[in-house]
Write a protein that binds this ligand. Structure first.
Ligand code: DQA
Length: 147
């Protein structure tokens, strides 16, 4: 039986493929979602991919994941860097949380990107691998839930 896993993407990631492709690549969010589902299927994971530009919606999804003990792969995008509400929501998760970023925020020039409210709660952080980072994050979830 496949294990449910949520891949949650925050603001502006719905514009992947059109958004600063020199930083985020040319893969669209629909294509990313399709790849995540396929990678998940190979790993025995039933992956659902969601994206929102609304912080409260992300909080509701994280709260639901806490209640259902669902593993989460999270790219909180810009909220990563300043949302204490996301910090508090991540703190409530009991199943593995893996943080993912397409770029490597720690290597980017804007100092605000060098802080993450997600990292203190994450079992692992995958950054700078582009879309492939989601595959690595799902592999990490599969490894963590298998014991
Ligand atoms: C991002 C990095 C963040 O700094 C930025 O705000 C994003 C995307 C990434 O995937 O590289 O929106 O999370």
């Amino acid at each position: 039986m496949s294990v449910p896993v949520l891949v949650l993407n925050g603001p502006n990631l719905g514009r992947l493929g059109r958004r600063q492709p020199e930083i985020y690549g040319t893969t669209t969010h629909d294509e990313l979602a399709e790849r995540c589902r396929a990678w998940g299927a190979d790993l025995g994971l039933d992956v659902e991919v969601r994206q929102t530009n609304h912080e409260g919606v992300l909080l509701d999804w994280l709260n639901d994941a806490a209640d259902a003990a669902t593993p989460v792969v999270l790219n909180a995008a810009a909220w990563t860097h300043y949302s204490w509400a996301v910090y508090d929501a991540c703190a409530q998760l009991t199943a593995p949380l893996v943080e993912v970023h397409l770029s490597d925020p720690s290597q980017r020039p804007e100092v605000f990107r060098h802080t993450s409210v997600v990292t203190p709660h994450a079992a692992d952080v995958v950054a700078g691998l582009g879309v492939d980072g989601y595959r690595v994050a799902l592999e990490t979830v599969a490894r963590l839930i298998s014991g």
